[in-house]
Design a protein around this ligand. Structure first.
Ligand code: C2E
Ligand code: CA
Ligand code: CA
Ligand code: CA
Length: 277
């Protein structure tokens, strides 16, 4: 028979192994991923309706796990915002965009990249520091960096307005993202100094379905026009949707009809191909 001490020892070793193999909590998992910089940026082309040209892209965050699998932001953005990890993640996006897109942006001054700004950064204006530091010495012009803030991110109208106004003074264009999904009306919009409105894909997807909500999209377009804002439609998946939007004077569109979000080399190739057309 084995002495009790050895049995206890084996038990202890097995326990330690079990604990070290246990899954981390989602937050600890995300924290570790941020520390290890397991994130990349994909670029989704934005198309000018009138010319069919790619005039820019939206930078979209992706979590690339060590096993190579890619996690979409819907699974971690909310947690990142609650925990404050969205701040280092935003820094990472800005740095990556500057590093990866610098050469292309210097070659074509009309090209722009749009980044997503979190509510916290809209509230404090921290994003302005982050962006100006990243652009310093890069020879990328402020006009080439657009920022998208969601309606939710502009709930605190006074501080959001200040951040928007300062960003525009610096030369950036500002877009209101996911428009129509929250509490938005004409009065709210008039209080926010903006350049563009992004129509959420939930409205675009109603085009041609006969759904009652498809009237909402006409209303949004009319509202944006009366405020002289550029309009970007997102989630455009069909030719019918694109034609409908183009007929109504929507300026820009983004969606799987044109392209999915792409890794940088593929985006640059896509952009060059639309120039050649
Ligand atoms: P969003 O800003 O509304 O971005 C558009 C989302 O629609 C993207 O999802 C894009 O991949 C998807 N999409 C584009 N075209 C189509 C289409 O034709 N059909 C369909 N079904 N989907 C389309 P994604 O990349 O999963 O991002 C989800 C959200 O996560 C974004 O929504 C944005 O709110 C947030 N997000 C992504 N990157 C960042 C980031 O760097 N910072 C912050 N704060 N939020 C980010
Ligand atoms: Ca966006
Ligand atoms: Ca959006
Ligand atoms: Ca959206």
């Amino acid at each position: 028979f084995l002495p009790v001490g050895i049995l206890l020892g084996i038990g202890l070793v097995m326990l330690v192994l079990r604990v070290s193999q246990a899954r981390l909590s989602p937050l600890a998992d995300l924290q570790l991923a941020v520390k290890k910089k397991e994130f990349i940026v994909h670029y989704q082309p934005i198309i000018e309706m009138a010319s069919g040209r790619c005039i820019g892209a939206e930078a979209l965050l992706r979590w690339r796990r060590p096993d190579g699998s890619i996690v979409r932001p819907d699974f971690f953005i909310a947690l990142a915002e609650e925990s404050g990890l969205i701040l280092p993640l935003t820094d990472l996006v800005v740095d990556t965009v500057v590093r990866e897109m610098r050469d292309t942006l210097r070659q074509d001054r009309a090209l722009h990249i749009a980044i997503n700004v979190a509510a916290q950064d809209m509230k404090t204006g921290r994003i302005l520091e982050v962006v100006s530091q990243a652009l310093a010495g890069s020879d990328i012009r402020p006009e080439q960096l657009w920022m998208e803030a969601t309606e939710r991110g502009c709930m605190d109208i006074a501080s959001a307005s200040l951040t928007l106004a300062r960003a525009r003074e610096m030369g950036h264009s500002m877009a209101l993202d996911d428009f129509g999904t929250g509490y938005s009306n004409l009065q709210y919009l008039q209080g926010l100094p903006m350049d563009a409105l992004k129509i959420d894909k939930s409205f675009v997807s109603t085009i041609g379905t006969g759904a009652a909500t498809s009237a909402v999209i006409d209303h949004i377009i009319a509202m944006a026009k009366s405020l002289k804002l550029y309009i970007v439609a997102e989630g455009v998946e069909t030719l019918e949707q694109a034609a409908y939007l183009a007929e109504r004077g929507v300026d820009f569109a983004q969606g799987w009809l044109f392209s999915r979000p792409l890794p940088v080399e593929e985006f640059v190739a896509f952009y060059c191909a639309t120039l050649a057309d």
